[in-house]
Design a protein around this ligand. Structure first.
Ligand code: PMV
Length: 355
């Protein structure tokens, strides 16, 4: 069979950040569709850089399936390669050009291995951006907003929450009556974000870098039998309406109350799943208690959130950075594994690094 892309080759690269959910996505249906809408801050310093080299297969070999070699941090990685090959195979209906090319994907993260920081949001969005850029260079014509929408949709198929990483500052994923153009298939940018939140800080305290005992995939699935599932989905919708207002107005206190309640709700849902499980550790709770007393004693607007794991994200305005970071050093570092903390902040979204 002749290759319609005969002699075409090229290279694209994207840097894409991780994100931290404020209203959490927990529970899915169908092909990576969220049971409720979620909103997140896009981060700046925790990112993945991915470069994809592509070359049209020789005549006769076209359309014979995905031809991939994958390098992670400079070395081959058969486990990741296998995962990515399966993913690429699954998205051929969205990118029919894929089987016609030999692909070499190289990827690295800005944050060190084994920090317990989930890299799926940054890595899947970086890969999706590269693939969408290749399609665009072959077909052309995608308007920038359509480009990001498609990259977001492809990211979602790789790892749900990754779809929010393609936008600067903050993004909403999941159909919601208060968010124009919102969709279950892709995220949209949150269009009104008060300047105080555009420079918000996120210090990630690494309580444990161990692999989680229950994966997010299994956690989402357990929502199916969770007796609180329906009320949780309603609560998330109300929280999203409220937090969107606070994010617009710059209301840090009300924002913080929702964010903390969302984090604890996520973990409460895990505790009342069947079988039940817990991902918080004793040091997670110690840190949370210390944050609460620091806030009430010093009047500093410092709030916490949690991912599906024991590590604690500390959210605070840039103008309070000095006192919060001093507090982290003096009182919280001893509860972190090897005194590890990653200082991050709200960021301006992915950037093209090649192509
Ligand atoms: O995208 P997944 O399937 O890894 O799930 C992520 C779920 C949370 O991080 C806990 C919440 C969220 O909205 O990011």
């Amino acid at each position: 069979m002749s290759n319609p892309f005969k002699n075409i080759q090229g290279e694209v690269g994207w840097r894409s950040p991780s994100n931290i959910a404020l209203v959490k996505y927990w529970g899915k249906y169908g092909n990576q569709m969220p049971q409720n809408s979620s909103v997140s801050f896009t981060l700046r310093n925790a990112f993945t850089e991915t470069i994809v080299k592509y070359a049209a297969k020789p005549e006769g070999k076209a359309a014979s399936g995905i031809d991939l070699s994958f390098f992670f941090e400079g070395s081959t990685n058969p486990k990741f390669e296998d995962k990515i090959r399966k993913f690429l195979d699954s998205i051929i209906p969205h990118f029919p050009f894929l089987p016609h090319f030999t692909l070499e994907v190289s990827s690295h993260n800005s944050f060190p291995h084994s920090t317990g920081i989930a890299s799926s949001a940054s890595s899947m969005s970086a890969l999706a951006l590269c693939l969408t850029a290749i399609e665009n260079s072959l077909d052309g014509g995608l308007h920038p907003a359509q480009f990001l929408e498609k990259a977001s949709m492809i990211s979602r198929l790789g790892s749900g929450s990754a779809c929010r990483s393609v936008y600067p500052y903050a993004a909403v994923w999941g159909k919601h009556h208060d968010v124009a153009f919102s969709s279950n298939e892709y995220a949209v940018p949150l269009d009104q974000l008060h300047p105080v939140f555009q420079s918000f800080k996120d210090a990630i305290l690494i309580v444990s870098a161990d692999e989680k005992s229950v994966s997010s995939r299994a956690g989402h699935a357990l929502m199916e039998g969770n007796p609180f599932a329906e009320s949780r989905y309603k609560q998330a919708s109300t929280n999203l309406s409220r937090i969107a207002e606070y994010l617009k107005e710059g209301d840090i206190q009300n924002f913080g109350e929702i964010v903390e309640s969302e984090a604890l709700t996520l973990h409460a849902l895990m505790m009342c799943s069947t079988p039940s499980y817990m991902l918080m550790l004793p040091n997670t709770l110690k840190i949370i208690e210390l944050i609460k007393s620091f806030r009430s004693e010093k009047g500093v607007p410092l709030y916490f959130t949690l991912d599906a794991g024991p590590n604690v994200h500390l959210l605070y305005p840039a103008e309070n950075a000095a006192e919060v970071e001093n507090f982290i050093r003096q009182e919280l570092l001893s509860y972190c594994e090897n005194g590890r903390v990653i200082y991050d902040e709200v960021g301006s979204g992915p950037i093209k690094i090649k192509g």
